[in-house]
Design a protein around this ligand. Structure first.
Ligand code: MG
Length: 263
């Protein structure tokens, strides 16, 4: 019995020594061309040279490559949504800002856009006359379909996916960064249009990043489809570039300093 154990132990020892001998020697994972042998200029890209533009003197001012959609002077870049042959029916006040004329209908840009960077400033009506969704309601519709909500959400509770900074009935904002009435709010938006396949099916949904008064409220959020008041959002049909529209929701919401960069 003792002899059998001894033989078995010796066999085991030789077996493990054999396995060790079969293991491949360790090879350091250093690539054939080690970074140590590279020169700094080998990872420098010079051409094409990055285009130079002139930024605004303040963040509210359009950079040199932007299209100014509204600077307080006129509504030349906008038309009435009810009659696209007519100029936008909203009021310009003090050569500074425009104000919704309740009941006159929304307005939309003459130009169409897809991927873009948009800067827009807005203010709730001067007088707080209502609550919930009827307090300073308006909205920016990208490609005339997808609404970034505008609402006076200062001490004004409503459904979270319908307050200022929300993608209406789609995504609530990350925080409520609203300023008080009579103060101006800013939206700085990076918008990526949806992509469609040749057969019209959705290939990639729209995406949106929004800074509200410099605070991130939508972080590359997926837009789940056409904004609807009732029903689940989806993409009913393929489309290309389209206008940006501003909503008349019956409130005297104000706008100024609107500019856009095509991306
Ligand atoms: Mg709205």
């Amino acid at each position: 019995m003792r002899l059998r154990f001894f033989v078995s132990a010796i066999a085991c020892l030789f077996s493990s020594l054999g396995a060790a001998a079969q293991q491949k020697p360790y090879v350091s994972p250093v690539p054939a061309t080690s970074p140590m042998t590279m020169k700094p200029e080998m990872t420098e890209i010079w051409n094409p040279e990055v285009k130079t533009i002139t930024p605004g003197k303040k963040d509210s001012e359009a950079p040199s490559d932007a299209i100014v959609l509204f600077n307080g002077k006129n509504l030349d870049q906008w038309v009435s949504q009810r009659d696209k042959n007519k100029t936008a029916p909203w009021k310009i006040i003090n050569n500074d800002y425009m104000e919704v004329v309740p009941g006159s209908g929304g307005i939309e840009t003459k130009l169409s856009f897809g991927d873009c960077q948009l800067h827009i400033e807005w203010s709730a009506p001067d007088t707080v006359e209502a609550g919930g969704q009827n307090r300073g309601n308006s909205g920016v519709f990208f490609q005339n379909r997808y609404e970034l909500q505008i609402l006076d959400s200062y001490n004004n509770r409503t459904y979270r996916n319908g307050q200022a900074g929300s993608i209406y009935k789609d995504h609530a904002p990350l925080v409520n960064a609203m300023r008080a009435p009579l103060e101006w709010n800013t939206y700085d938006v990076i918008y990526t249009a949806p992509r469609f396949k040749a057969n019209g099916e959705l290939d990639a949904p729209a995406r949106i990043t929004v800074l509200h008064n410099g605070v991130l409220v939508q972080n590359n959020a997926t837009i789940n489809g056409l904004t609807l008041y009732i029903g689940l959002h989806n993409y009913p049909s393929a489309h290309g570039e389209d206008v940006i529209s501003l909503q008349d929701h019956g409130c005297k919401t104000q706008f100024r300093n609107i500019w856009i960069r095509k991306l």
